[in-house]
Design a protein around this ligand. Structure first.
Ligand SMILES: [Zn+2]
Length: 383
């Protein structure tokens, strides 16, 4: 499976995950160091795992939003570690054998779920760490393709045929019975354009799955996800349940105040449309009655095709959009192109898919980052 997916992407020769392209180059060099630093922090008090209450002193998390929420709730009771390097984009990342072997010092890992952790299945059979899906109570959004895209119809047709990209691979395997034939068979069945689209969808849905994985970007979901973390920590360490619940309560109060404030603000707006280069704000849009327009094929790819750009400009004009949002830490080039055409501004939004040194050093909270996004979105639509 893994091999095939990689081969497919390579064979297509299109850009890898948009997010991958966006990690600042200097962060790459730190990967090893950070991993080492993580490992050094591993508590020596390793204990034999039991099926009952957890006795290890650390828990793993998958990436920044989950890491930060867990840290806030666990406080000083658990060492909170990150499976991926927090400073690099976790999409498309695959753990090494060593990464997986290192997991033995914790009994559980909080993950986002909703297909965000593409490496989830590579742990099956090689680690018995329990993965706790923090989005288990979130109503997931089906992978959407409501972006400006010339091949939109193809995408839908493609989706109907296969229902989901994971299934697609499975179905494909059954048909071809041969990994090597995968790409060829794929080409025979579909047209080249559809191959392209398929890759684009991977690029933007990250999950290769059937749901939009970006649950954490809506504070309502973040709240539900924090609750799962608090409940689980209370379950494995009942002696400190009050402590975890108290820490959760602080997050809850902050997020509820934020949700109330922006529900009221957004309700009063006439213009509820916002345009983003990265289709990551579907949950936020749903929860606040907003309309996300995503220039999916633009994201960080610097050579966005002219037709997509033109469609985006037309749509933005029709909707009176004055701000083009791009992904913080990523390229703003495509957003700039449209913004110039429209006389609009470009403003970064934070997807929290990787953290900056500043955020890590200051322990910038999940709540602060979400609030930043809400305020920037509000300001753009209130103009
Ligand atoms: Zn994303």
């Amino acid at each position: 499976m893994k091999y095939k997916k990689m081969a497919l992407v390579l064979a297509l020769g299109v850009g890898l995950s948009a997010c991958n392209n966006q990690k600042p180059a200097e962060n790459n060099a730190n990967t090893e160091v950070s991993q080492e630093a993580n490992n050094d922090k591993v508590d020596e008090k390793k204990v034999e795992k039991t099926n009952q209450n957890m006795e290890s002193t650390s828990v793993y998390t998958s990436f920044y939003p989950i890491y930060n929420l867990t840290k806030q709730i666990a406080g000083d009771k658990f060492e909170v570690k990150s499976f991926t390097n927090l400073k690099t984009e976790s999409h498309g990342w695959e753990p090494s054998a060593k990464d997986i072997a290192d997991l033995t010092d914790s009994q559980l890992m909080f993950i986002n779920g909703a297909g965000m952790e593409e490496w989830e299945e590579s742990l099956e059979g090689s680690s018995d760490i329990e993965l706790v899906n923090t989005s288990e109570n979130v109503e997931l959004i089906k992978g959407s393709h409501d972006h400006v895209h010339e091949h939109e119809d193809h995408d839908h047709a493609h989706e109907e045929e296969n229902h989901d990209h994971e299934d697609h691979d499975h179905a494909h395997e059954e048909e071809s019975h041969d990994h090597e034939d995968h790409d060829h068979a794929h080409e025979e069945e579909n047209h080249d354009h559809e191959d392209q689209d398929h890759a684009h969808e991977h690029e933007h849905s990250h999950s290769h799955g059937e749901f939009d994985p970006h649950t954490w970007l809506s504070p309502k979901n973040g709240l539900a996800q924090a609750k799962v973390i608090a409940d689980k920590l209370s379950e494995i360490d009942p002696a400190n349940k009050d402590y975890y619940m108290e820490n959760y309560k602080k997050i809850e109060d902050e997020l509820n105040a934020m949700i109330d404030e922006y529900t009221e603000k957004f309700e009063k707006l006439e213009n509820k449309n916002f345009l983003v280069s990265h289709q990551a704000f579907g949950y936020l849009a749903r929860d606040f009655g907003l309309n996300q327009i995503a220039l999916t094929s633009l994201t960080s790819t610097e050579d966005a095709d002219a037709k997509t750009l033109k469609e985006a400009v037309d749509e933005a004009k029709n909707l009176g959009i004055n701000t083009i949002f791009y992904e913080m830490g990523g390229s703003s080039k495509s957003a700039d192109t449209i913004a110039n055409e429209l006389g609009a501004n470009t403003v970064p939004l934070n997807t929290l898919e990787f953290a900056t040194d500043e955020e890590l050093n200051n322990d910038t909270t999940y709540q602060d980052l979400i609030k930043y996004n809400l305020e920037e979105l509000y300001k753009s639509m209130a103009k």
